[in-house]
Design a protein around this ligand. Structure first.
Ligand code: FES
Ligand code: FES
Length: 152
């Protein structure tokens, strides 16, 4: 068995479980989407010790002692800012890709509070959106970064 944290709570799971199955099926964290099951689309992205990682290609065995965060584990302030920024920028159409985009945005902004447009685009390079064409998503990430900086 393996023990690790998910959104601050300790979980104990069999080593052979896939991380995405632990999160979605065992814990009911439905923000973690299964778009491809093979590491190609980014919809399953979560933070592992602060880094954006695709949960569908991670075995629980590698999680011992680590801290996993999904969108459900964001602070109220972070949720408020990302919901506002993605809505204001018109970045959400079907919404399927958005949790993975938000996780990548958080990983970026936590390290680099004032990213350039190029840095924001690079942060979501592994995330497929079939709806928006990415411009509005990048607008949303830059708006979120500004709101966090200005604390409004
Ligand atoms: S479901 Fe994990 S990358 Fe597509
Ligand atoms: S908003 Fe539909 S896949 Fe991105």
């Amino acid at each position: 068995m393996v023990r690790f944290l998910v959104n601050g709570e300790t979980v104990t799971v069999p080593e052979e479980r896939k991380l995405i199955d632990v999160l979605r099926t065992d814990l009911g964290l439905k923000s973690v989407k299964d778009g491809c099951s093979e590491g190609a689309c980014g919809t399953c992205t979560v933070l592992i010790d602060g880094k954006a990682v695709k949960a569908c290609v991670q075995k629980a065995a590698r999680m011992e002692g680590k801290s996993v965060m999904t969108v459900e584990g964001l602070s109220d302030r972070e949720k408020e800012v990302f919901v506002y920024a993605f809505g204001e920028a018109g970045a959400v159409q079907c919404g399927f890709c958005i949790p993975g985009m938000v996780i990548c945005a958080k990983a970026l902004i936590d390290e680099n509070p004032d990213p350039t447009r190029e840095e924001a685009a690079f942060a979501v390079r592994g995330n497929v959106c079939r709806c928006t064409g990415y411009k509005k998503i990048i607008d949303a990430i830059l708006l979120a970064a500004r709101l966090f900086r200005e604390d409004v």
